[in-house]
Structures are given as C-alpha cells and as structure tokens.
Design a protein around this ligand. Structure first.
Ligand code: BGC
Length: 865
C-alpha cells in the first residue's frame, strides 16, 4: 500500500484523525487542547533512517492553534502497522504538558479511565491510571469561553481565587463570578472540628496493615465523609517520612520508607478522590521534624530528594491528586512555598502535576517570589496575595499569565472532581463555631464506617513477640489489665508530660477532653494537632476485653495506677495473664523528647513481670519506643504494637488478643535498641543536613550492620508461612515503537528523557518485570502473610543494600498455597541521576529478595533486564 494509502487507511481505522494525533501526542506528553479547531491534516511522505515515515501538518481554524501549527507544530512523524497507529511528535511549543502518558486503549498496563471517580481496581496495583483526559477536560472547562472562564475574570477576581480566608472551614479560597470558592478542611484521619464524623485509624496504622485494599477503603470512606460535610479539599494525606523516630507528626504519615509511604499515599488519594473530594498531598517537602519547623532549612541532595522525599508526592501525582500543600520549612535555604526548584521544576514539570499548590497555614513568606516560584494559593489569609499580589502584577513583578495559571489550576481541580455539580453538598458546618445552630446542620456522615475502622484497627496490630504461645488467649481463668491513670493537661509543653490510662476510658471528660487531641487522658487512639478529628465514641481495651472475657467466664480485673508499680505487681500476681498498657503520645508542633514509654511505663512492665509469668505488653504509640528494659524479660511473653487506631481501638485489640483475627500488621518503621542507632535524630540547628542520604530507617541499619530490635516490615502471626517457586519474567507488552526505544535505552543505562511529566511517564511506570512466587500457610490456623519484595542493586549504584519495592497481603487457610505476583516497573529499578536529571538503570546485576521483613529474606533472584 502506498504511504498515502496506509495513512488514509490508518486514519479511517481510528475513525478520528484528531483523536489519533491527540493520542499519539499525549504519549509524548503533549496534547492538542481544542480538537474542534483542527480542521485538517496535510500529509507528506518522508524517508527517515530505515523506516518510512510521514509528516503531518496540523491545519487549524482557531487562531491559537493556527499560530501553533505554523510556528511550532510543523511535523509529526507517523508510522503504522496493521493493528495500530503510532505517531511521534517532533515539535513542542504551545501544547499543554500532561502528567501521565496516554491511555491508548491498546497499551497494556495502563488503566484507561479518564476520571478520578473510577480509579483502577485495587487488585491490580500495577495498572497505571491515566488522568490526562480528565485533566484536559477540566482545564478546558476552566478556560472555556462559556460560563466560568479565567479569561472573563478581572485581575482582582483571579487573584481572589488564590487568596485564602477563613470562613466556615479551616481555610476557604476566595470566590469569583460563578465560582463559589473552596472549603479546605483537615485532616488526614477524618473530618476535623465537626460532629457526627468518624475518626479513622491514623496514617501510621493504615501503613502498618500493608494492605492496599484497606488503605484504599479508608481513603474512600474518609473522602465520602468530607464530601458529605461539603468539604472541597480534604487536607491529606500527610506523607512526610519518619526520618527521625521522635518526629511529633510521624503518626499522621505512613512510616519511614518512601515506597511504603508512596503506595499508601497513592491508594489513599485514589480512594478519597473516587468519593469526589480533592485530596491535598502534604507537606511538600522535607518537613520531617516539628522542632523549628517554621525556620529550619532541610538540606537535601538532589538524588535523595528524588528517591526518598519526593517519591510519595510522585505517587500522589500519579493518583491524580488535585492539590499539594507546600511546607513550613526551608529547603536548602529557601522557604518551601517560594522554592521554584521544588514547586515548578520538580512538582509541576518533572512530575507533571496539574492541580494547585496551597501553602501550609502561614507558610507564605513573599508575594512575587512565591507566586513566580509556583505557589497557587495562600492560606489561611491574603497577607502576601490578595491586593498585594494585584499590585505586584500591576508593577510587572508577576506576569499576569502566572495569575491565570493559578486561577486555572484551582478551577481545574474543582472541575476535575466534578465539584461544579449543583448536587455537590454545600458546607454544612462551621469549624470555629460548632454550637451555632444556624451554621451547623450536624449532618451525620459516619455510615457504617465503624466496621472499617475496626478492620483496619485489627489489621494494623503488629505482634512483635509471642513466647510459649501466650497469644491468642485460650479461655484464661483470669486476666488483669494494667494501665496508667495520670491525666495530662492540654497545655503541657513536652509530649512526655502527657498521660492517661491507656487501658481505660478517659477518667474525667470523655474522648474529646482535649481539643485537637492536645492531650490524652485514657486510651490513646490518635495524636494531637491539626491531624485529628472529634470522637463520637471511643471503646477502650478495658471495656472491650472485659466484655469479651466474660464470654469465657474469665475473671476480669484492672489496676490503673502507674505511679504505683508495687500495687501493679500485686495486681498481676496469680492471674492467668496480665496485660500491661503503655503509650507514647505526641502532637503537631513538638517532637518527642525521647522514645521511651510515658509515665515510667518501663518500670510498670518490669514490676508486673516480676510477679506474673505471662505478662503481655500492649503499646499504643505514635512511633517507635525503646523496649530494651523489658523485651527480653522471660515473663514478658507477648508484645502487641497497636499504634493509634481510633474509636474501635479496644475492639480491634480484643479481636487480636483472642485470635478472632490473626495478626498481620507489619512495622512501618524500625524499632531500634537505642535512639542513637537511628540514622538521624531531631536537630535544634536551623540547618539540618539530611546527611544519611538514601539510608533512612532500615537502610541505615542494613548499611552499617547495626542490629535493630525489630526491623522494618517485621510482624509475627499465629500461623507460619513458607515461600517457594520463585519465577521472574520480563513483561513485554506491545509498547508503542517510541516506548520500545526508550525501554531499550533504559536497559543500556542511557539517560532517559526529561520534560513535562517525564518522571511519571507511562513507559517508565508500566510493569517491566513480573516476580512471582508461592506462599503456603504451614501452620494450623487461617492467616495473612505480608510478602515483601526488596530490590538489591550492585554496590556501585550507591543504593542502600535493599530497598522495598513491592508488597502483597496473602490470606491463606491452613495448608493452602497461593501464587503471588508483584510487578516491577523500570521506575522501581531506576536511580535518579543528578547529572542528567533523569531516571536511569544503574549498572550491574539487579537482585530481588522476597521475604517476611526487611531482614527475613526467603527467596532470592536476579533480574535479566
Ligand atoms: C498544618 C497542616 C494543616 C493546617 C490547617 C497547619 O498547621 O501543618 O497540616 O493542614 O495547619 O489546619
């Protein structure tokens, strides 16, 4: 067939030439915005290397595209075979960059959904969702000439959209003609400062489940509650890493490993936005401690930034997050909210983020610098934006195009989630005036989310020790729960002044005694600060365990005075089991002064263990604790690490203690033998070099040979599992020709492309290798194994000894086996090359290790890629 012939044929086959060109363009990160304006193609033949190719000129009837077509979009080369049309665009220019490559329906590994309301199924974590069309259509609406258009707004109106105010929400954007403004509301674990909403288990517990399905479901349920209350932007998830064990906000996030945090952020956002609320990935970036958080500079090298701290944000962008919050701290000397390198270069260019950047509350420090750097919305007021920004534009310090971009991004995010629909619920609360009957409709959004809370609660309990089969309890004759009863005041400055009976309900004033979790009296079920929500109930271990114990006619006792270890020892004497409850609380704005249990909790355990040979320790903690004072005590038979699991804390614990649920939680951070063993500690310096580089958490312990007490990824079960039959195969989908070239260059270690969306490009993220293996339940009870995959690069790569790059939860009846597959993308196998500024395959053999923790490898193999 002649070239012209096949081209017409190809066009006929795809039926819509514009779509064909759009689709192929978008594979290369560019998209024609207005297809209606393109009236025809001019096709001419050209010989290029060994392949025939055809030039395509776009002839457009619209002024904007006409000028583009004559000046920029001059040619595209088109090649085809019988089944597909592949086009590579050779020109760039005024095309709009898109964040993810096209979802041409024929591209395997891509989920061709175009709306955040229909995310890819959680069962197929390797499918790369393509939100390009949804963003394009949202942008089109935001800029369209019809109703609500950026072009029709005055400068003041546009700036108003970018200027914060506080109305009924924790932050509101300004309004404009036809745009009602956005309600921004915390938190990463529920709707903050409202009634009749659910407190979900904290982010750290979501991560500890290592279960994508639960993380996604939590995101969805939280999203539904935010939507139900009329919130437009839910201020979460929070994905800063547990770089320092004492970090006061570590509990809000997803642990200390960038891959785990990235996957948890990804699933959470897919769930939240499926419900219709805009997610806000926070805090961008390097906000890993609370001490001096408004003034310190986190000094991070480029490779570490890309591979460690930006990774959760990259995954958030891939999940289609509508907004990102820049952080309080400085980065390498520049405030995060006015740092062009991170905001415009990394986030908006490399990652291809199309939503808006909002400052953390009070994190804006300048007008022109912040605006030009890429900040789109100031919160919670308009100290630097508002009229000051209008004046800056008028003075020529900020181009008006930047203001258009800001407003477009905010409007596009609103359209992206379909929040322009008249059916979107209006704000039905006043976060600052909850008793004002006119402003609070008290909408109940809890639905049946308590069941999910309990499910996540039990799936996030990590069994760290279980000697002599102490757990699960088997109809014991008697048990005693021993906790602490020292109410703390919200005004305490130091986290270790906090307290309360971790086994029991609050003594004085119920679960919301301290506003914003600013203190704790009783069972610890969340931390403090903006990452909180109001409880509607809270079931303590004392209540749940007593109820459960009576089913077996177990005698049930309690002792709630930690200041009296002698009394605790007496209380423990003669009981079949003594459960001792420890806690460690922290809040936003302050780091933990140490990582020991509050209230001489160690002494309490030792006292009880001195009289009771079956002492079971339960820890509710915001992060790691040093457990050395008692972990090897022969009478401490079991340890349960239960985190902060919300209102069903007691029930979730009882489920595990009694074996109604076989523990499957895994540590999302390492528990060291001493604080000094961690790679970094909280610093009071205003310059904090992240000198451990890539070696955060377990990677440091592996690299230095330091023995942790319990390593990242560790957790026991009431059953046992065996691994076998490892198989590794290349995934060779029918990639478009151009992708194949990229893949081949990548395999040769050649630098990849750099440009808009290059770090989130399809060819990089589509599965390249499938690692599969068999897991068998070799014990006698049903259980869930969390199989983990670690990649091991050659030492010359400069990578840590092993890095988590996959996990799967495998539920198995006794004696049963299941084949598990984990896909690895080229991105998963790449390192960031700071010189070429691209993702490259490091030289040398790439190994994989499969196992039950970061140190318990059961299968090893190498990749042939
Ligand atoms: C926190 C953010 C929060 C905001 C609004 C800030 O202090 O750092 O995480 O979303 O307040 O409450």
């Amino acid at each position: 067939m002649s070239m012209m012939g096949w081209f017409s044929d190809a066009l006929a086959r795809v039926r819509n030439p514009i779509k064909a060109l759009q689709s192929c363009c978008s594979q290369h990160h560019y998209r024609i915005q207005n297809d209606a304006s393109v009236s025809s193609f001019v096709v001419s033949r050209r010989k290029r290397q060994n392949a025939d190719s055809t030039s395509v000129s776009v002839v457009s009837s619209s002024t904007s595209l006409a000028s583009v077509s004559s000046t920029v979009v001059t040619t595209s080369s088109v090649a085809t075979n019988t089944s597909s049309l592949a086009v590579s665009v050779s020109a760039t220019g005024s095309f709009v960059p898109i964040p993810t490559p096209s979802s041409g329906p024929a591209i395997p590994g891509v989920f061709p959904a175009t709306s955040p309301k229909t995310p890819p199924p959680v069962e197929s974590p390797g499918l790369v969702p393509d939100f390009a069309d949804a963003w394009a259509s949202a942008y089109k609406k935001a800029t369209a000439k019809a109703s609500l258009i950026v072009a029709s707004l005055t400068l003041e109106e546009k700036v108003n959209i970018s200027s914060g105010t506080t109305e009924r929400c924790i932050g509101n954007t300004g309004t404009a003609r036809g745009f009602p403004g956005l309600c921004l509301e915390d938190s990463p674990l529920g709707v903050r400062l409202v009634d009749f909403a659910t407190v979900f288990p904290a982010g750290i517990n979501a991560a500890a489940t290592f279960k994508r399905s639960l993380i996604r479901a939590r995101g969805l349920a939280m999203g539904q509650e935010h939507v139900g209350k009329g919130v437009n932007v839910a201020l979460g998830p929070m994905m800063n890493l547990g770089r320092v064990a004492e970090g006061g906000r570590n509990w809000e996030g997803f642990g200390a490993d960038p891959y785990l945090a990235g996957e948890a952020a990804y699933e959470t956002i897919l769930g939240m936005q499926q419900a219709g609320v805009q997610a806000c990935a926070k805090h961008f970036i390097d906000n890993e401690q609370e001490t001096n958080r408004m003034t310190e500079s986190s000094d991070v090298d480029d490779r570490t930034q890309h591979e460690v701290y930006a990774l959760p944000f990259l995954r958030s962008v891939m999940a289609g997050t509508a907004s990102v919050m820049c952080s309080y701290n400085k980065l390498n000397g520049t405030y995060a909210c006015e740092d062009a390198h991170s905001l415009t270069r990394i986030l908006k260019t490399e990652l291809g983020f199309r939503g808006f950047v909002v400052s953390d509350w009070g994190a804006t420090h300048s007008t022109a610098q912040a605006a030009n750097a890429g900040l789109d919305v100031e919160m919670p007021d308009s100290r630097f934006f508002g009229q000051t920004l209008v004046a800056a534009v008028e003075a020529g310090a900020v181009p008006e195009a930047r203001i258009d971009d800001m407003a477009t991004r905010v409007l596009a995010a609103w359209y992206f989630l379909g929040q322009d629909s008249p059916a979107y619920p209006p704000v039905s609360f006043d976060a600052r005036d909850p008793l004002n009957e006119e402003l609070n409709a008290h909408v109940d959004v809890q639905a049946d989310h308590d069941a999910l809370v309990r499910e996540i609660g039990k799936a996030s309990v990590v069994l760290l020790k279980n000697a002599r089969g102490a757990l699960p309890l088997k109809r014991p004759r008697s048990i005693v729960v021993i906790g602490e009863r020292v109410p703390c005041r919200a005004t305490v400055a130091r986290a270790d002044d906090g307290g309360g009976s971790d086994a029991a309900p609050a003594r004085v004033a119920g679960p919301n005694e301290f506003a914003n979790g600013g203190g704790v009296d009783g069972i610890l079920a969340m931390g403090g600060g903006s990452g909180t929500a109001n409880f509607t109930y809270l079931i303590s271990p004392y209540e749940a365990l007593q109820r459960r114990a009576r089913q077996d006619r177990t005698s049930f006792f309690w002792f709630f005075d930690d200041a009296n270890p002698r009394g605790a020892a007496v209380a423990g004497r003669g009981k079949s089991a003594a459960l001792v409850f420890l806690q460690s609380w922290s809040r936003e704005g302050a780091d933990r002064p140490n990582i020991t249990a509050l209230h001489a909790g160690d002494a309490l355990v030792q006292a009880v263990a001195s009289t009771n040979p079956n002492t079971i320790v339960v820890v509710h903690s915001v992060g790691p604790l040093v457990v050395e004072p008692w972990i090897e005590h022969p009478n401490v038979t079991a340890v349960l690490w239960a985190g902060l699991s919300g209102p069903e804390t007691g029930n979730a614990l009882a489920d595990v203690v009694y074996g109604d649920y076989n523990p499957s939680g895994r540590l999302p951070y390492t528990i060291a033998r001493a604080l000094a063993n961690y790679p970094a500690q909280v610093s009071t310096s205003l310059d904090i070099p992240y000198s451990e580089g890539l070696n955060v958490d377990y990677r440091h312990f592996d690299a230095t040979g330091i023995e942790p007490r319990f390593e990242f990824g560790f957790g026991l079960s009431y059953t046992s599992f065996a691994y076998g039959a490892l198989s590794i195969r290349d995934v060779r989908p029918l990639a478009p020709e151009n992708d194949r070239q990229l893949e081949e260059s990548w395999a040769a270690g050649v630098r990849g492309p750099m440009g808009p969306g290059s770090s989130t490009a399809l060819w990089l993220h589509r599965a390249a290798v499938e690692v599969s293996f068999e897991v068998t339940n070799t014990g006698s009870v049903h259980g869930t194994e969390i199989a983990q995959l670690y990649v091991r690069h050659a030492p010359s790569s400069g990578e840590p000894p092993s890095v988590l790059k996959g996990f799967a939860d495998v539920a198995l009846a006794p004696g049963r086996s299941k084949r598990v597959s984990i896909g690895l993308s080229r991105f998963d196998l790449s390192v960031w090359d700071a010189v070429s500024q691209t993702w490259v395959r490091p030289a040398g053999t790439i190994g994989v290790a499969i196992g039950a923790s970061s140190r318990d490898f059961r299968l090893n193999g190498t990749l042939d890629i």
